[in-house]
Design a protein around this ligand. Sequence first.
Ligand SMILES: C[S@@+](CC[C@H](N)C(=O)[O-])C[C@H]1O[C@@H](n2cnc3c(N)ncnc32)[C@H](O)[C@@H]1O
Length: 300
Amino acid sequence: MTILDQASPAAPAMRGMTVVQARRALSEMFRRAGLDSPELDARLLTGHALGLDHTGLTIEASRAITDDEARAIDVLAARRLAREPVARILGHQEFWGLPLRLSPATLVPRPDTETVVEAALAAVDSGGPRQRPLRIADLGTGSGALLIALLTELPNAHGVATDVSPEALQTARDNARRLELDRRARFVACDFSAALAGPFDVIVSNPPYVISGDIASLAPEVRHDPRRALDGGPDGLDCYRTIAGQVGRLLKPGGHLVVELGFGQEAQVASIFRMAGLVPRPADTDLSGVPRALCAAVPE
Ligand SMILES: C[S@@+](CC[C@H](N)C(=O)[O-])C[C@H]1O[C@@H](n2cnc3c(N)ncnc32)[C@H](O)[C@@H]1O
């Protein structure tokens, strides 16, 4: 049995190693398990277990880890080997350059979702200066990612974020408070915008859009996200239909709805929005060139 095959709390796999040896052993364990970014994951999780940042890991590289530290690394390694994403293990994720805390009730915000922020800002810019007072809604806010990102860019905007999950709303509220945006943000438990009163200049949403029957075959990491953050119904489009049916009465004339799209959903979602009286533009693409953010306007 090699050192990498031992992983019980009684005999921690990294016992007696230095910090750098433990990090390398963890990286090798992750590489052998076929994880995508073994070195980065090992560095982040070793740092988390030891309470060290990138610089600290370098400074303390040659000191021996204690048995308690070795056990802490084992626990984190087991979670990652069970395909729990690093962000979920650490309990936080950066979005739009902002540190957001996560909870079991929140999706891990994805870099692709920043395309929605960019599209919403472009829509705002088309109507005047960013400094003007604006009202924004974020439907299905999760960690608060979209609303919080927009409020940091729009200094005189106020926003309301909704979710069906009270636990997610609590996490979003805490994130807004830590980033000193809570004075401009409200959080409401409801079905998308059902409990909101307009008018809004911009409504954003990254709704659940995975086809129910596809959830079981998603990457194991994605299946750690809450099901209600993923499940878009039999064809993945249920939430777009709900949102399209609700927002017409809430957007100002000339206002914009900006939603994230799942892969290949642009034409169907544009059609749903057209039938609701909105005027969709061609979707903006994410960094992989996938149509990701669909912006639809209310005719003036
Ligand atoms: C894909 S996640 C997006 C979270 C966050 N906006 C982000 O981009 O990281 C979808 C969110 O919608 C919420 N949700 C699902 N159904 C909902 C509904 N009917 N009304 C409001 N929120 C809902 C989920 O709880 C989840 O937080």
